[in-house]
Ligand binder design. Structure first.
Ligand code: FAD
Length: 471
């Protein structure tokens, strides 16, 4: 670890004890905003990463941006490390507290402040659940471009902090592409606000972009302005069987060519994934025989436009079989395959999940090599491959009945090294957090890391915010 890193890892704590900091927080914010000991709910002791629950020193639940500012000013003055919490659905351990940290939760900063139909924008407090935003946009005849499986629990502030991806990135981009404005509180309590609602605004640096995907290390997001989209109209959902990843990409291009910009969802589920869904989780097999890859595709299409593209691909031999949803029930049934991954917790007591990105031209080679590696070195694991492949995003889960921490690390090292060798990224969408921090240098050059450290040091010189995450 070089000097800069060690400086960030050890904030300049003043002589005051942590107890003094908690007392000062209660004094400044009132007892109902600061919880300690047994009053801290179990929920705030972990995120979705399943590390051992850890009780933070205290939990702050501010109701306003001013209160976030006051809380950070007090913590900064005491050199007190703070972990920021949104909906706690993060899969990189970023919001999971370390012992001795104070958790600052946005859970009470909830609400949509404005839905501007003329501008097509929505302004919300950072703790607002994504589903609440999606529903409000729908009621107004518009659509929020961000969607992910955790929609009911994750917060828009957490989505911004992680630059969340999800199901519709192929059409609407990552969270970054949907954000027009932000309000952020810096580590010293300074409130920086640009609640911009305009698509064009080149008046100086767009500093808001710096905070998107910074995982709470640079500041606390308190308000978000999103650009909304027109609703896509009729959505056509299909399950399509292909033999190879090359066929999968050829179909992606063919649909995009026939229906430009209309693909909403393009999810790949390899044979091993479908085997767990059907044989272990009991879903009825969609096709008479197993195929190399099953795709879940959604397209905004009129009449039988998607069927026509699929029929042409079938005639060329690029598609083996296909089902097009004829009802909402079919649509739900098709999605059950993709969402079967959320049932793994009850099936496998131990698992390691990967959220990597691989350039599309190397995906076939990389997935085959990784499957081979897992099968030969970790034969006791069930390995499944799936993902938002139109965005180069590959998810892998290696699951087993017994897998200790050392075993998990060995699997992680193997897959992350191979990811780097194939020119990929160790995080496509979930972020680095605590879990992937040791591997960040596999995906970033030394000068990039140095620039990140400089930015961190400039915005949070005492290193109190989300210490030990990302950098
Ligand atoms: C079932 C399931 C499905 C998922 N699917 C996807 C998916 O498809 N795509 C995807 O990208 N992710 C997915 N995730 C991961 C997760 O939902 C996202 O990372 C989400 O954006 C996290 O939001 P959150 O509010 O829960 O954040 P948290 O888990 O509370 O926090 C995540 C990180 O952001 C920081 N943070 C939170 N709020 C703020 C704030 N207001 N200001 C500054 N920093 C903050 C935290 O410190 C932490 O580092 C999934 C998770 C689950 C459980």
């Amino acid at each position: 670890m070089d000097d800069q890193q060690s400086k960030l890892a050890q904030p300049d704590r003043c002589a005051s004890s942590s107890d003094d900091c908690v007392a000062a927080l209660i004094d400044a914010l009132g007892g109902d905003r600061v919880r300690t000991g047994a009053d801290i709910p179990a929920r705030n002791m972990q995120d979705a990463c399943h590390y051992a629950p850890t009780r933070p020193l205290a939990l702050i639940v501010p109701r306003s941006t001013d209160e976030v500012s006051t809380a950070l000013r007090v913590c900064r003055a005491h050199g007190q490390p703070v972990v920021v919490q949104g909906g706690l659905t993060g899969l990189a351990g970023g919001a999971h507290p370390y012992a001795g940290e104070i958790a600052l939760s946005l859970e009470k900063m909830v609400g949509i402040e404005e839905l501007d139909q003329l501008s097509g924008t929505l302004t919300a407090l950072a703790g607002t659940p994504l589903a609440t935003i999606q529903e409000a946009a729908n009621r107004a005849g518009l659509l929020c471009g961000i969607d992910l499986g955790a929609r009911g629990s994750c917060s828009i502030g957490g989505n911004v902090a992680t630059n969340a991806g999800g199901n519709q990135v192929v059409r609407y981009g990552m969270t970054r592409k949907n954000v027009l404005g932000l309000e952020v509180v810096l580590a010293d309590g300074t409130v920086v606000r640009s609640l911009n609602k305009m698509i064009k605004n080149n008046a100086g640096f767009d500093w808001t972009q710096l905070f998107i995907g910074s995982e709470g290390t640079l500041g606390v997001v308190t308000r978000v302005v999103l650009g909304l989209h027109p609703q896509p109209g009729k959505v056509c959902t299909a399950l399509v069987a292909v033999d190879t990843f090359a066929d999968c990409v050829a179909l992606l291009r063919a649909i995009d060519h026939a229906l430009p910009g209309q693909i909403l969802v393009f999810e790949a589920m390899w044979k091993d994934f479908m085997a767990v869904a059907t044989e272990r989780l009991g879903l009825a097999p969609p096709f008479a025989q197993a195929h190399g890859i099953v795709l879940l595709i959604e397209v905004a299409a009129v009449d039988d436009a998607l069927e026509q593209v699929l029929a042409q691909a079938h005639a060329r031999g690029a598609v083996r079989d296909a089902l097009v949803a004829q009802s909402g029930g079919d649509q739900k049934r098709f999605w059950q395959f993709r969402e079967s991954i959320y049932e793994y917790g009850r099936l496998f007591p131990h698992l390691v999940g990967f959220d990597i990105a691989i350039p599309l031209d190397r995906m076939e080679e990389a997935s085959a090599a990784m499957r081979q590696e897992l099968a030969t070195r970790f034969a006791h694991c069930v390995a499944v491959f799936f993902g938002h492949v139109a965005d180069s995003n590959l998810h892998i889960v290696a699951a087993a009945q017994h897998l200790d921490e050392a075993g998990k690390e060995e699997i992680e090292r193997a897959i992350y090294r191979m990811t780097a060798a194939f020119g990929g990224s160790i995080s496509a969408e979930h972020g680095i957090g605590r879990g992937k921090r040791p591997y960040l240098a596999l995906s970033r050059e030394a000068n990039e890391l140095e620039l990140m450290r400089r930015l961190k040091a400039a915005l949070d010189p005492s290193g109190i915010l989300n210490q030990g995450r990302v950098l």
